[in-house]
Design a protein around this ligand. Structure first.
Ligand code: ADP
Length: 406
């Protein structure tokens, strides 16, 4: 029996298959929906890459008329290669879902009522929520007997206090329009909280953690006694850190200025803030951190500037979150950049001895995640953790399928 985990994005679907009994990974896959000329118009083609834990990587072009059909076709390939069958049925499907608003604060079995709640939040994540609902419909069709479970990126932030989630805007905007800070990347931050406690050999209830998830999308969470007390992403995943192509926090006066004085239409502003800002916008070269590190090393000054702005913001955020916690037991780096870039970790932690953070330069260079990179006398530990969102989803899906309450 297996657990299928689905992470549906607007232009790709990541999936993973786990053994139900041991939670070992059996296969991972990526369905790239940008491979064809015009999938949305029903003419395009999707590209599937399937990596079984044992055996050859399989790539396949799928001729399909749209998102739903592409997911169904990809699941058909799983069956075709024997990863799921009557003898190896999918026992439960776990979905990563971006937004549960204020209504959904824990993993849930997906039923028509839950789907209706998710649909209500479409305006808060207009690219991701329709994709998630399409993926749910596709897995219901492919596995009609398997329960569907949803884990929401916002759920880990259910206990953030109002002081951290209310914006200094008219209060009616919150009451009438739901404009507040929600927080995202919760599954990753929840995993890192558990893993950090395990690595430190102490219960999460005793720990104050700052977790920096630094990937294409980036956010930081302050966790006090196992409970998230604030996250840098806000009403949307645009707030907070500078990201690959997203701007992160900027002065809202700039947006008024470019609309009013420069005549920038709202669609163009939306596109610029989401897709042409961040590392890409500043460097003018790439949204990819590793590429920018290489370019900066070769003397590209705007690549260097983009890295410097990024690092400055990470450092400033760590400081503000330690202040919120009133101290720190461990700083955690995760995500593609946090796990892999010793340069970023080194520069972001430089001078943070005042917060009890002392990185060991050799450990930072040599150790791979999961590892403690702090100097032996450092009051706070510095951990690099390989995040495992899909494992968390599989584990919770199994728990709910086995009948436990969330
Ligand atoms: P996503 O948010 O899409 O899951 P990831 O967590 O995989 O993204 O992070 C992608 C980012 O991690 C990219 O900017 C990539 O350049 C960066 N990255 C991956 N490996 C390294 C590395 N060895 N050194 C520096 N940056 C890296």
């Amino acid at each position: 029996m297996g657990i299928l985990v689905i992470n549906a994005g607007s232009s790709s679907v990541k999936f993973a298959l786990f053994r139900f009994d041991t939670l070992e990974t059996e296969a991972r896959g990526l369905l790239d929906l940008t491979a064809g000329p015009d999938l949305a118009a029903g003419e395009g083609r999707a590209a599937l890459t399937l990596r079984p834990s044992k055996g050859e990587v399989l790539t396949r072009r799928l001729d399909v008329p749209g998102y739903h059909a592409a997911v169904v076709a990809a699941l058909g390939v799983l069956a075709e290669v024997g990863l799921c069958s009557q003898q190896r049925p999918v026992r439960v499907v776990g979905h990563r879902l971006i937004h549960g608003g204020e209504a959904i604060r824990q993993p849930v079995r997906i039923d028509p009522e839950v789907k209706q709640v998710i649909r209500q939040y479409t305006h808060l994540a207009p690219l991701h929520i329709p994709a998630g609902l399409e993926a749910i419909a596709a897995t219901e069709e492919a596995f009609p007997h398997a329960p569907q479970v949803g884990l929401f990126d916002t759920a880990f932030f259910a206990h953030v206090p109002p002081a951290a989630y209310i914006y200094p805007l008219p209060y009616e905007w919150y009451e009438q329009w739901g404009i507040r800070r929600y927080g995202f990347h919760g599954t990753s931050h929840a995993y890192c909280t558990e893993r950090a406690a395990e690595m430190l050999g102490r219960p999460a209830e005793e720990l104050r953690l700052v977790i920096c998830h630094l990937g294409h999308g980036s956010s930081a969470t302050a966790v006090d006694a196992g409970v998230a007390v604030t996250n840098t992403m806000g009403f949307t995943p645009l707030e907070g850190f500078m990201m690959g192509t997203r701007c992160g926090t900027v002065d809202p006066g700039i947006l008024l200025h470019v609309m009013r004085e420069k005549g920038l239409p709202v669609e163009q502003l939306d596109e610029t803030l989401h897709k042409r800002s961040g590392l890409l916008g500043v460097s003018g070269l790439s949204a990819d951190f590793r590429e920018l590190e290489q370019a900066a090393a070769a003397g590209h000054s705007r690549a260097r500037l983009a890295l410097d702005v990024y690092t400055h913001r990470v450092k400033a955020t760590i400081g503000s979150l330690v202040a919120v916690l009133g101290g720190l037991d461990a700083l955690v780096f995760t995500g593609g950049i946090g796990e892999n870039s010793h340069r970023l970790r080194g520069e972001a932690c430089a001078g943070l001895g005042c917060l009890g953070i002392a990185l060991d330069p050799q450990r930072n260079l040599q150790l791979r995640p999961d590892a403690d990179l702090a100097a032996s006398g450092s009051p706070a530990r510095v951990l690099a953790i390989h995040t495992r969102e899909d494992y968390m989803i599989a584990r919770e899906a199994k728990r709910l399928a086995a009948g436990a309450r969330g």
